[in-house]
Ligand binder design. Structure first.
Ligand code: ATP
Ligand code: FE
Length: 332
């Protein structure tokens, strides 16, 4: 079995995965959403402190599996350096004290492998990764054969939801809140510009849309107060535009690449409007669509454990001295 640790952002999570069967034996996650909600976003130092409390609590529950462990895995990049450090420090300590090899896992591969929890890998597939920190199109042929095809020039899809929610003091994470408010709103009231509409490139940008929303909110506030109806209309109009941007670029990608398989992964893949639009695009193009279970879309150690199983099989280990923490990664 492999014990895996995830602490790249605001979720403390540990999983135990059986190597041969890929079965998830144990999985627990303690989310910090509530603690960060008052600040409208993740506060790194607070997140790190909460990991220090949560991770040992979860680890305590895993002690019975220690004699069966063959390796310790941990997310080491990308993410917040201070929070990644907490998971990596625990992994190093376990690796030394239990005398087990260490596996460093790329968090984004984790999001991709959330598709394969308790399942065999399924490649090749094009991946649309939409999370809090990333908006990417990846062509994945295998664990160590992944090509980054498109990414965002600035903010990510999920992040733009978080920022729009913050502008109106709606709480964190913004995705589910904005989606919920948007369901009650008029999506045609505000005409926000779809980003990079004229650009021939397949790339994303969310900061312009975010600023257009900010200006609209300020205009309404200057004219009086922001009513609940205004908030719902802004959410609906923003979400419509945010999804239209992804879809415009995805259609372009489909036109030139005709993928056989497509998967959407990452926390923001929970967005219903996006899921529905992607489902339509796939069915029109005879593309098979794969989604991970909702509970594995956001950060968790089960997906890290699933990657670790594959790395274990090819002896992809790292030493306690060499493991490093990286906030950003260029490509795969
Ligand atoms: P990364 O993996 O890039 O480091 P992350 O792990 O913080 O980022 P996830 O946990 O995968 O990100 O996803 C969280 C993001 O998903 C948040 O930005 C959140 O607002 C967004 N999100 C969650 N649900 C929805 C939704 N229904 N609609 C839009 N965005 C959503
Ligand atoms: Fe993530």
């Amino acid at each position: 079995m492999i014990l895996s640790i995830e602490s790249s952002c605001d979720d403390s999570s540990i999983a135990i995965t059986q190597i041969e069967s890929k079965k998830l034996i144990y999985h627990k996650k303690i989310s910090q959403e509530l603690q960060h909600s008052v600040y409208g976003g993740v506060v790194p130092e607070l997140a790190a402190r909460l990991h220090v409390e949560a991770l040992p609590k979860i680890l305590e529950e895993c002690k019975e599996y220690f004699p069966k462990l063959k390796a310790i895995a941990v997310t080491n990049a990308p993410g917040l350096s201070v929070t990644l450090m907490e998971g990596v420090t625990m992994a190093k300590a376990l690796s030394i004290s239990l005398n087990l090899p260490l596996i460093a896992v790329n968090h984004l591969k984790g999001h991709i492998y959330s598709l394969f929890i308790e399942k065999e890998e399924n490649f090749p597939t094009t991946i649309l990764l939409v999370s809090g920190g990333h908006t990417q199109i990846i062509e994945a042929n295998g664990l160590n054969d992944m090509k980054l095809v498109a990414s965002t020039l600035d903010d990510s899809f999920g992040e733009s939801f978080d920022k729009v929610a913050k502008m109106m003091n709606l709480g964190y994470p913004g995705g589910p809140i904005v989606q919920e408010k948007g369901l009650k709103g008029n999506e045609n009231r505000f005409d926000f510009p779809v980003p990079l509409r004229q650009s021939p490139n397949i790339e994303f940008s969310y900061s312009g849309l975010k600023n257009a929303v900010r200006m609209q909110i300020e205009k309404l506030e200057n004219e009086g107060s922001l009513t609940e109806e205004d908030i719902c209309d802004i959410c609906a109009s923003f979400e419509k535009t945010a999804v239209a941007h992804i879809m415009q670029k995805m259609k372009k990608y489909f036109k030139s690449n005709r993928p056989k398989n497509l998967a959407i992964v990452g926390g923001a893949s929970a967005n219903i409007r996006l899921r529905t639009a992607i489902e339509e695009l796939c069915s029109k193009n005879n593309t098979k669509l794969f989604l991970s279970e909702l509970k594995y879309c956001s950060d968790n150690a089960a997906m890290i454990g699933r990657v670790a199983v594959e790395q274990y099989k090819i002896n992809e280990f790292v030493t306690v001295e060499d493991i490093d923490v990286q906030t950003r990664l260029k490509g795969f």
